[in-house]
Ligand binder design. Sequence first.
Ligand SMILES: Cc1cc2nc3c(=O)[nH]c(=O)nc-3n(C[C@H](O)[C@H](O)[C@H](O)COP(=O)(O)O)c2cc1C
Length: 342
Amino acid sequence: MFYPLARSLLFKLDPERAHHLALSGLDRLHRSGLSRLAGCAVSAPREVMGLRFDNPVGLAAGLDKNGEHIDALAALGFGFIEVGTVTPRPQPGNPKPRMFRLPEHEAIINRLGFNNGGLAAFVANVQRAQFRGVLGLNIGKNADTPIDKAVDDYVTCLTGVYPHASYVTVNVSSPNTQGLRDLQAAKQLDQLLGTLKAEQARLAKKHAKQVPLALKIAPDLDLKSIREIAKLALEHRFDALIATNTTVSRDAVMGHPLAKEAGGLSGRPLFSPSTEVLRELARALKGNLPLIGVGGILSGADAKAKIDAGAALVQLYSGFIYRGPDLIAEAVRAIGSAGATR
Ligand SMILES: Cc1cc2nc3c(=O)[nH]c(=O)nc-3n(C[C@H](O)[C@H](O)[C@H](O)COP(=O)(O)O)c2cc1C
């Protein structure tokens, strides 16, 4: 209701500054008990990965990288919250400016580069949160960890976040960490998934708690790679796939003055390529593994289209920036009971 005004003020500021201002404003609203003015929960429960979700519309990773705003974000009505990506050690990310709005396309380009406060601070923040709904913790590798040691970073992060997560997302698809997306290649992925599943079994015993693992992939994959990823995810009994992260393609924004900025493109131009990857995954998986659809959801109809393409759940990031909290309830209503049995 208030978002159009807030947005017109925030969009006058540098995107990263606006981001931090908006989140601290949201925290203040939440602490004063007024966050219901900004959004409200819509109940449409469903079970996926053995977890009960209040509704199928979640917050995508990257908006709250350090897990500092979980309660305020959850109060807006998301059915689940994913925070991170966290890396073992703190790191500053890429030099600024590194985040750009393309309002004509309802899009964002970012090359933040996993700026975050590191695993210890992340876990402390997550532990402080009161939220008792489904909380996904998204893990990655440090920029200065050699790619052949990447598995060690994922194991460190998985071990640290495991006791505090409803599910853990293994992010191998950010375009802003050199070499990261190469982990999606069959040989590397086979090793990564195998190691993480073995760790999951060890941690499940230790903590007497089974925490599902989801793999988040890029939209810039050919059909052969998509099918290989689906096959490996099934073979290793991963618990879900998240499609997709941001794209390095600029086809849909060609000619825009910011199109040449390096980084990942998200928002409306990502909807079609990302939904195509989702559809191909669904074809390959034949209902044997749940899918979370993310990329370019700007309306209720977009959210429903992700479910129709095979997703059991959806996530929002750029649409939430452009449309505000109203998009959450709109998406929940548009999805209705569709896909509830996936
Ligand atoms: C500024 C920004 C930062 C992001 N950071 C992360 C991140 O740290 N980890 C991650 O898995 N995805 C990250 N993403 C990707 C989103 O989670 C999502 O997959 C992508 O933006 C597509 O959804 P959208 O079109 O709704 O934004 C980021 C996206 C944006 C725009």
